[in-house]
Design a protein around this ligand. Structure first.
Ligand SMILES: [Zn+2]
Ligand SMILES: [Zn+2]
Length: 323
């Protein structure tokens, strides 16, 4: 099969032929990929930012936002059958540790992260496990919803965590109206009565956010990306007293004097993807038409074009690779 493989950090991945994944455990599920989302994290992986955290062995296949159809199942898999349409939770989890039992899939102590720590879904087939697959209505096409597996899930998880704070009369600033931001705006609209202000460098991207629920839009005039090169500092300055900064994009550092934190009681909240239930809830919102994805489809063979477009800031919405 074809796969987008990273051989060396700081070098573009290669599109090459490798052997298909095989069922080796009773809970394994092999998914025929219908769409794999391209994420800013893929750029960060190529730059080597995740190398120490994941300890992954190169070469390996990128792609952590995956959806498709069940192709083959292990002997103990009972929740999906061959042919089912599925979206794939990003983590393969054990189901037995304390975090798993509490539903906190992202904090499983015995997990694998396809596309980050093991082979991912920018390929014809992906190996995952029964606990990771959410069965979908067959009317949904994987390429239309694949990005919800990570970008959408991360946005939904952060909004769900923030929602108890977002009573009527509150204001929420969304910095960045890209692949993740545009889903976050729709989730805010669906889950909360907060007033939504969107900041982005692109007037065109801001224009689109009006349809998704933005109440106000602000063109950023600096040269910054979300969570990098300055935006994280702007965010701190926008907080009200006792306000909360949900950090979703990443890459920069926060350096906030502790006296500022205690004197105003501001909060900083990390967000790592989301739970299986978050993903199932997000798929319900999608089926209800409350969350729609803005996608740019690329054939798998054009993966490097998509990576270049994302890197240069010309990709609008979410890039999806289709084998
Ligand atoms: Zn991602
Ligand atoms: Zn676990």
């Amino acid at each position: 099969m074809k796969a987008v493989r990273l051989h060396h950090y700081h070098e573009q991945p290669k599109i090459e032929e490798i052997s298909e994944p095989k069922i080796t455990g009773p809970h394994d599920v092999i998914v025929r990929i219908g769409g794999a989302g391209l994420c800013r994290t893929d750029l960060h992986i190529i730059e080597g930012q995740w190398a120490k955290i994941t300890g992954v062995t190169l070469p390996y296949t990128l792609g952590h936002e995956n959806a498709g159809w069940v192709h083959e199942i292990g002997s103990a898999v009972s929740n999906v059958a061959v042919g089912d349409t599925v979206i794939v939770h990003p983590l393969i989890t054990c189901g037995l540790c304390r975090a798993c039992r509490a539903g906190n899939d992202m904090h499983c102590i015995n997990s694998a992260f396809p596309g980050v720590s093991v082979d991912g879904g920018m390929a014809n087939f992906l190996k995952t496990s029964a606990r990771a697959v959410v069965k979908l209505n067959p009317s949904l096409h994987p390429k239309d919803i694949a990005a919800l597996a990570d970008a959408g899930l991360t946005a939904y998880h952060a909004v769900k965590k923030a929602s108890p704070l977002l009573y009527p009369g509150t204001k929420t600033v969304v910095i960045g109206a890209g692949g993740l931001g545009h889903i976050g705006i729709q989730c805010l609209k669906a889950l909360t009565p907060t007033e939504i202000i969107v900041v982005d460098r692109s007037p065109a991207a801001l224009e689109l956010t009006r349809n998704w629920g933005a109440d106000h839009t602000v063109v950023a005039d600096g040269n910054h990306f979300v969570g990098e090169a300055g935006a994280e500092h702007d965010a701190v300055k926008m907080l009200r007293r006792a306000g909360s900064h949900f950090i979703i994009g990443y890459g920069g550092s926060l350096n906030v004097p502790t006296i500022d934190i205690i004197s105003t009681e501001i909060n900083f909240i990390g967000n790592l993807v989301g739970t299986y239930n978050d993903l199932a809830e997000l798929m319900t919102l999608t089926a209800q038409g409350k969350v729609t994805l803005h996608t740019a489809i690329y054939p798998l063979d054009a993966a490097l074009d998509a990576i270049h477009a994302l890197d240069s800031g010309t990709l609008r919405g979410r890039g999806i690779l289709v084998p």
